[in-house]
Design a protein around this ligand. Structure first.
Ligand code: VG1
Ligand code: CO
Length: 542
């Protein structure tokens, strides 16, 4: 078997963002672009000979082709054992689980919730042997190497078949094609009370799960319909398509519109859920009721001991900095630590590995636990179903009771997408310059308690990450946070996160937009958004 060393000119734009390298599909289709990045990954990962590597993706356009290339490059770089989901499919949490079964690491192909197809986005990232996204030190080293590489190694291999479950010997390479669903579904069965959820469905409880033509379709059908007995057709848009059926596989109120129309309509079911392109995000809906992701994390934490996998309690919890502090109130009551990390799942890895936390989450529809090292969409859906089954209450009743017990964190996020990079950097520079003068000032009737540019020191390994977003904290617990997205592929995206906290019983039932109106005005004014970007309205309000 020959290995070819192919000359390439380096690419200077291969710095991974919040969650791997994400670019427009045509960027990835440039000659040697994918190969250059993959070689940099292999150089940095230095997979020991004899170890296995997991490869899979969310099935989007270019997935299969990219996997073929990566398999040949793995062989060209001395990897002797590769494990791939059938058809090249693996949800991100399922890939994390597979890696944790004893592989040295894994390569995941996805641009998550970004649209796919020739005009959409593509992405790639490396997860380490713990199953989690590689840390910043690794991704920075990969970017540096990718910017100076002059060649890559690729093997000439005999033909192989990504559809045939089982083992194939392909030249020097042992290739295992595995059922993408089974091991993951078995793991879920160890965490949740499947009997209780089965009884819930048997009693007539009605669920709609929207897989948005992305990777979770086969997972959701297997678990919800086959193992848990929900009626056939419970899962909609269940067939993964390379372009996600032309949709935007992002489980929020805007993009999961088919589900939202049903759940807020006259014939709303009891429970609605959706997940994203690669299966790590989730949205939870009750009957005509939206659960904010920040509240969802808090509710899961407060009810965790009702679920078999978490019966013995939580070691601690963590949330990303822009996520609302709803979970903090639960941690305080439980007397467990609550960590605040920068945005991106990679920052939870050390805390999970060290056993310091059990649950963690982000405001961007991401929730997870120590069962894998990625956020996990279907896991969150099953967790909610388990709680509903045990408590015998509706989703809405559970959340309202939660607010009454712990207080309510009103929360909204404004996204300004595809802003010219200079204007977006101008907004952040302006805010940084204003920070020092803010404490003690009064804004919109609230007093600023502190203002900073969030910096994080990892409590486990001491590594530091600076400039992770601007925080303006008020004395009454309200917060405004500003940061630039690290996953966009066009210009810059400014995210503004706005939160206020209420504990008075008569102030728990307001409309979010009403509760936050004054604070939104303060947030946009302080950043001079309109003047600096020309945008009078955000692209998306969550
Ligand atoms: C966004 C979210 C962040 C999430 C990241 C990856 O990042 O805000 O919370 O971890 O996407 O999600 P940013 O930098 O654009 O704000 V996904 O589902 O890749 O896997
Ligand atoms: Co995702």
């Amino acid at each position: 078997m020959g290995v070819t060393i192919v000359s390439t000119s380096p690419f200077a734009d291969q710095r991974p963002g919040t969650s791997g390298l994400r670019k427009r599909t045509p960027v990835f289709q440039q000659p040697h672009y994918l190969e250059n990045f993959v070689q940099a990954l292999f150089d940095e990962a230095a997979i020991p000979s004899g170890s296995s590597l997991v490869i899979g993706g969310d099935g989007r356009f270019l997935n299969r082709e990219a996997i073929g290339t990566i398999i040949r490059m793995a062989a060209g770089n001395g990897v002797t054992h590769v494990i791939v989901g059938r058809g090249g499919l693996l949800s991100t949490p399922a890939a994390s689980h597979l890696i944790r079964q004893g592989s040295a690491g894994g390569i995941i192909l996805s641009a998550s919730h970004n649209p796919g197809g020739p005009d959409g986005d593509f992405g790639i990232k490396y997860n380490a042997g713990n199953g989690g996204p590689a840390p910043e030190s690794f991704t920075n080293a990969v970017a540096t190497r990718a910017a100076s590489l002059t060649s890559y190694r690729i093997a000439e291999l005999p033909a192989f078949d990504l559809e045939a479950i089982g083992r194939q010997q392909v030249g020097t390479l042992t290739l295992d094609i595995v059922d993408p669903v089974r091991a993951y579904a078995d793991l879920m069965a160890t965490l949740f009370d499947f009997d209780a959820i089965r009884a819930l469905f048997a009693s007539g409880f009605r669920l709609r799960m929207d897989s948005m033509h992305a990777v979770t379709g086969p997972y959701a059908v297997e678990m919800l319909e086959r193992r848990l007995g929900a009626p056939a057709g419970t899962v909609i848009n269940a067939v993964p398509l390379p372009d996600f059926g032309g949709g935007h596989p992002d489980p929020n109120l805007t993009y999961a519109h088919e589900l939202v129309e049903e759940m807020f309509g006259e014939h709303a079911l009891d429970f609605g859920a959706a997940s994203d392109g690669d299966g790590d995000r989730n949205m939870i809906l009750g009957q005509r009721f939206f659960v904010t992701p920040s509240d969802s994390l808090a509710v899961l934490a407060a009810n965790a001991t009702l679920v078999p996998g978490y019966r013995s309690g939580l070691a601690g919890v963590a949330r990303s900095m822009p996520t609302s502090a709803a979970v903090d109130a639960v941690a305080e009551k439980l007397g467990i630590p609550c960590f605040e990390t920068p945005t991106g799942w990679k920052f939870f890895g050390n805390l999970l590995d060290a056993g310091r936390i059990t649950l963690c989450g982000e405001e961007s529809f991401g929730t997870g636990s120590n069962h894998v090292r990625e956020k996990d969409g279907l896991w969150a859906v099953l967790f909610w179903l388990n709680i509903v089954a045990v408590r015998g209450m509706s989703v809405e009743a559970i959340v309202r009771e939660h607010w009454a017990t712990y207080g309510r964190n009103y929360y909204t996020r404004y996204d300004y997408e595809a802003v010219p990079t200079d204007a977006a950097n101008g907004v952040m520079a302006h805010l940084r310059a204003a920070l020092a003068a803010l404490p003690g000032t009064s804004l919109g009737g609230r007093t600023v308690h502190a203002a900073d540019d969030f910096a994080y020191t990892d409590p486990v390994d001491g590594s530091t990450s600076a400039k992770q977003g601007i925080r303006v904290l008020f004395t009454d617990g309200a917060r405004i946070v500003y940061r630039l997205s690290g996953t966009g592929t066009e210009g810059a995206t400014i995210r503004v996160y706005i939160e206020s906290r209420e504990t008075a019983a008569d102030r728990l039932g307001m409309e979010t937009a009403v509760a936050l109106r004054a604070l939104v005005d303060v947030a946009l004014g302080l950043a001079e958004i309109v003047a600096r970007t020309g945008r009078t309205e955000p692209t998306v309000i969550t």
